[in-house]
Design a protein around this ligand. Sequence first.
Ligand SMILES: [Zn+2]
Length: 271
Amino acid sequence: MILSEPPPTQADLHFRVAGFPVRIHPFFWIVGLLLGLNAFNGEPKGTMLAVGVVFISILVHELGHAFLQRKFGGRPRIVLHGFGGLAICSDCDRSPRSQILISLAGPCAGFVLAIALALLVGLTSGYLALVPGWMASSWKESLDPQVMGRLTGVDLLLGVLWFRAYDMELLNMAIRMMFWINIFWGLINLLPVYPLDGGQVARDLFSLSQNPHEGITNSLRLSVATGAAAALLGLVVLQSIFIALMFGYLAYTSYRTLQAYAGRGPGVGWR
Ligand SMILES: [Zn+2]
């Protein structure tokens, strides 16, 4: 995801991963804690677990972007902040082709993490099955209660992943959360809506065949339409107020940007 970088604070945490400088803004932990408290009704172990899973997932996503930025000649740095993360690179190749690959690398890193975790779970628990969503309920009846599925939401998109539960319930929760964040949010992130990765990909795809002004205008139009449709589907199909509000807001900001940008005439760049 791309948003502007928050200013440095005294409570920032700094370290390096694979040679990339990483900075964590204190709001990252605060937002993570609020999400964890909400998901686990204030239960401390579950909350800490949620913070850890969110941290690993967002860091892996940004590392995906950063590895490709380095491949395209840049020296990126990673910032984790209240609304996600950034892989910032001022010196890497700006051509649409490179930028498309850089944008896709974030969600793909999450998919690779989820597949690696699925293989690990399959190997250590001895049971793993991916069942299409429409078969999931009849499948569940044929399973012993020790085998459990993944959260809803992913069910609609890919089917349901069943794995044999471990004796530690916290471990089971961590696994389900890891899948949910890396697959479900990875797919959401690929929608052509600004400022999600898919919005950047759409802009760069349009600008491969059109002049930059047309490309940006068309990607903003697509962002408004997709954002509005995702808000509606989020509300009706997923019954998620959060997704409806998020995409409603992104559609609105894309519309405002489109209005401001369309008046500026060709030749004006916007990133
Ligand atoms: Zn991203």
